[in-house]
Design a protein. Structure first.
Length: 434
């Protein structure tokens, strides 16, 4: 007789149930764990009222405050060139660097002086002629008086029949000749002022030619107008140069300038802390600029710095960045030069400019990282628990946020980013918290 299939499964099932019952009866129940509050460990800083200074950064290339380009004003051959007139050399103020052949201009001066001497001799002769003519005129006028008196006497005798008609005619001819001589002398005397004026005009013209020649002679020597560093030399010894040709290009070494691009908002904030309570005008900008400190730092070597000053703002914003082109001047950029340890501030160096405004009233400042999304700050309240508070950030700079409101001095600020940030969580101070 065959055993049914279900009866075959009964023993293993019974065995399993018995083993489970034995395990349940012999196993200890789980221990009860008391539930505790959530806590976090975080770094804390205490908010303080601290004086603030607006600081903005900009970048730009160094340029010389003044550039000099010597251009030939006269033509000629370069007959002398200073031995130090080479690219990169420093030339002091007043040093003669080039000389153009002066021979042609010296001859022009000699010719003008000779012409002037001749005209002065003509003027002296004219003075003598005037005196002679005046004396001759006086004599002829006396002769005319006598001739007219004689004519009157002969005419009277002729009327009485004592003198003949031929005698009267002869006397009239003599009188007319004397009168003609008087008129000629008077005309000659009248022309002397115009002759003198003509001579004076010729003298003035010759003096102008002489002055121009002397000026041209002075232009044959090229001198450095200030202390400079030569950047380019375009001529050589014995080379002919024409008027208007460029000779030398150089840069001023007394002062350097950097045009740094500053964001508009940052520059406006920088100026808002300067002196003056009224509206800002162009006339008082220079006075406000004196309150701003400027430091220039070489980008490739930040250890090299120079002290500068904000001198002006260019007339237009940068067309692409829409930033303010602030011009910073550095006086004596070659001071304390000791290459390669200490470099001079030379053109085309790429530098960073740090502008710092005057000290403003104390404000609450926090690390920028303590301001979370939505301008929310994590606080540890008086009970040691986490509190989330909205704050108003006025501006940020150098990793710090300057608050306009929302946090009072003395409150504890969590500077770590808590995940998740649940209000009421117990906040424990981490080592190193202030």
């Amino acid at each position: 007789m065959k055993i049914p299939g279900l009866l075959k499964l009964a023993p293993p099932v019974a065995l399993g149930i018995g083993a489970a019952a034995w395990l349940i009866s012999t196993t200890e129940p789980p221990a009860r764990i008391d539930q505790t509050e959530r806590s976090v460990v975080a770094r804390i800083v205490v908010a303080e009222m601290t004086p603030v200074r607006t600081t903005v950064r900009g970048y730009g290339n160094v340029q010389a405050a003044r550039n000099w380009e010597a251009v030939a004003e006269v033509a000629g051959t370069v007959v002398w060139r200073h031995p130090d007139l080479e690219t990169g050399n420093v030339v002091t103020e007043g040093t003669k660097v080039l000389r153009i052949d002066p021979t042609g201009y010296e001859l022009a001066i000699a010719q003008a002086e000779a012409d002037l001497a001749a005209l002065e001799a003509d003027a002296a002769q004219l003075t003598v002629d005037e005196a002679n003519t005046s004396r001759l005129l006086a004599l002829e006028e006396d002769r005319l008086t006598l001739a007219e008196a004689e004519l009157a006497r002969v005419r009277d005798l002729a009327e009485r029949g004592v003198a003949t008609q031929s005698s009267l005619d002869a006397q009239e001819r003599t009188t007319l000749q004397v009168r003609r001589g008087v008129e000629e002398l008077r005309n000659a005397n009248a022309l002397i002022p115009s002759r003198r004026a003509r001579l004076e005009a010729q003298v003035a013209r010759t003096r102008t030619i002489l002055a121009r020649a002397a000026r041209d002679l002075g232009k044959t020597e090229i001198s450095a107008p200030f202390d400079l560093r030569v950047s380019e030399v375009h001529v050589e010894h014995h080379q002919f140069v024409s008027a208007g040709q460029s000779l030398v290009a150089a840069d001023d070494i007394d002062q350097a300038e950097i045009t740094a691009q500053i964001p508009v908002d940052s520059f406006r904030r920088l100026l808002s802390g300067t002196r003056g309570s009224g509206p800002m005008t162009f006339s008082d900008l220079s006075e406000r600029f004196t309150d701003i400190a400027a430091t220039v730092r070489l980008v490739s070597d930040p250890s090299q710095t120079w002290t500068g000053r904000l001198v002006r703002v260019e007339s237009a914003l940068d067309p692409q960045a829409r930033s303010v082109p602030a011009v910073i001047a550095v006086d004596d950029p070659y001071a304390d030069t000791n290459p390669p340890l200490r470099l001079p501030l030379v053109p085309n160096m790429y530098v960073e400019v740090l502008l710092t405004g005057p000290e403003e009233p104390a404000r609450v400042t926090l690390p920028d990282g303590a301001i979370h999304e939505g301008d929310v700050v994590y606080l540890r309240n008086g009970d040691g628990r986490l509190e989330l508070r909205n704050v108003s950030v006025d501006w940020r700079q150098s990793g710090m946020a300057v608050l306009e409101g929302g946090i009072a001095a003395g409150e504890e600020i969590v500077i770590d980013d808590l995940m998740p940030a649940i209000p009421g969580t117990i906040v424990k101070l981490a080592e190193g918290s202030e």
